[in-house]
Design a protein around this ligand. Structure first.
Ligand SMILES: Nc1ncnc2c1ncn2[C@@H]1O[C@H](COP(=O)(O)OP(=O)(O)OP(=O)(O)O)[C@@H](O)[C@H]1O
Length: 337
């Protein structure tokens, strides 16, 4: 494992057995059904950086987040953190969820919620030291000492997310897995929480795995983006490269769904159709039924992942080259006639 990496993921897969119960299967002659939520994903996350995973609902993002914090075990492949379990035997990866309210005990005061992991892990000795640390953590996330006396229901969604960040920081993590941390929040509050996360990253050298269905949300917060479709990464690149020159048709279509204030009249191809079921995925390239460029080979052969020297990886038989980034717009213009 490279000393620069905080996390290396190699050929990671997580399958779920979604078959009917055994007796039903035998009596009704139903086949076993396997859902490949994540199927052969590889990436590495440099220390102190933010690696975002984006894609539509059901593509496997949350399953990767859960694998990262040990809530799922891989069916195949590996996920290695640089720090391992740490010298003190504890994992330094913590998770921040979409719905902070569901993760905060409603009967506990905020100061007790934040103090619990400090006490559990023995990170401070004595009530005064724990209390001082709680006050420090509240300050770090922009809350007042007096907020510690209140219960979670007294806070807005954004403030609750600040509380769950403080609780995560209480464990002194090196790695935070953030699963849709802002999607339950108003747009203005989303930016505040993302800015807070970026400030904390700079201050403590944290590494983030940021999961989102929304490319616009991760654009300013991430260093690299992996775009997932039906359990696989279809394109991965440094953030600005991905936005400037998306090469997978799916990435291009996702970018086209972002309202663009600078070019509101730009021709766009809508992202048509639903994500197919991962229980019975399409043959070949699983994106082919929705792809404007699909040809016979796309229906038959799954494209391998190709890496270039600039840090881009892409799995597509017909990547959009720079000269070809506008045919989608061309198609839209043709279909409008
Ligand atoms: N425990 C499970 N048992 C069976 N299927 C599961 C389980 N967890 C996830 N899945 C399925 O795996 C696929 C990927 O789910 P996952 O939650 O990882 O996707 P996602 O991209 O995070 O979507 P969303 O944004 O809707 O959560 C989905 O089809 C989902 O129904």
């Amino acid at each position: 494992m490279s000393s620069q990496s905080a996390l290396e993921v190699q050929d990671l897969a997580r399958w779920f057995d979604v078959s009917a119960p055994w007796l039903t299967r035998v009596l009704e002659r139903k086949p076993r059904r396997i859902l490949k939520a994540v199927d052969g994903v590889s990436f590495s996350v440099p220390r102190g950086s933010t690696f975002a995973i984006v894609g539509e609902s059901g593509c496997g993002k949350s399953t990767i987040a859960r694998l990262a914090v040990g809530l799922h075990h891989p069916t195949r492949g590996e996920m290695n953190f640089a720090h391992g379990a740490g010298r003190d035997g504890r994992m330094r990866a913590q998770m921040i969820f979409q719905d902070p309210y569901a993760c905060l005990n409603p009967r506990w005061r905020v100061k007790d919620i934040i103090a619990e992991p400090i006490h559990e892990l023995g990170l401070r000795r004595g009530a005064a030291a724990v209390q001082a640390r709680v006050t420090e953590l509240l300050g770090l996330v922009g809350l007042a000492r007096s907020d510690g006396e209140k219960y979670p229901h007294s806070f807005s969604g954004g403030q609750r997310q600040r509380i769950s960040i403080a609780r995560a920081l209480a464990t002194e993590p090196e790695f935070l897995v953030c699963d849709e941390p802002t999607s339950a929040l108003d747009v203005s509050v989303q930016a505040q929480i993302l800015n807070l996360m970026m400030d904390l990253q700079r201050e403590f050298g944290l590494t983030y795995l940021l999961i989102s269905h929304n490319l616009a949300v991760v654009r300013h917060a991430s260093d690299q983006i992996a775009v997932m479709y039906l359990g696989r990464i279809v394109e991965q690149a440094p953030t600005e490269m991905l936005f400037r020159n998306p090469q997978h048709p799916y990435t291009r279509l996702l970018i086209d769904t972002i309202p663009d204030l600078e070019a509101p009249n730009r021709a766009r191809q809508p992202l048509a159709g639903e994500v197919p079921s991962p229980i019975d995925p399409p043959s070949g390239c699983t994106f082919h039924p929705r792809c404007p460029y699909a040809q016979d080979i796309c229906r038959q052969v799954s494209p391998p992942m190709a890496h270039d020297n600039d840090g881009r990886a892409i799995a597509c038989h017909f990547p959009l080259t720079t000269a070809r980034t506008s045919p989608l717009a061309g198609l839209a213009a043709v279909s409008a006639n």
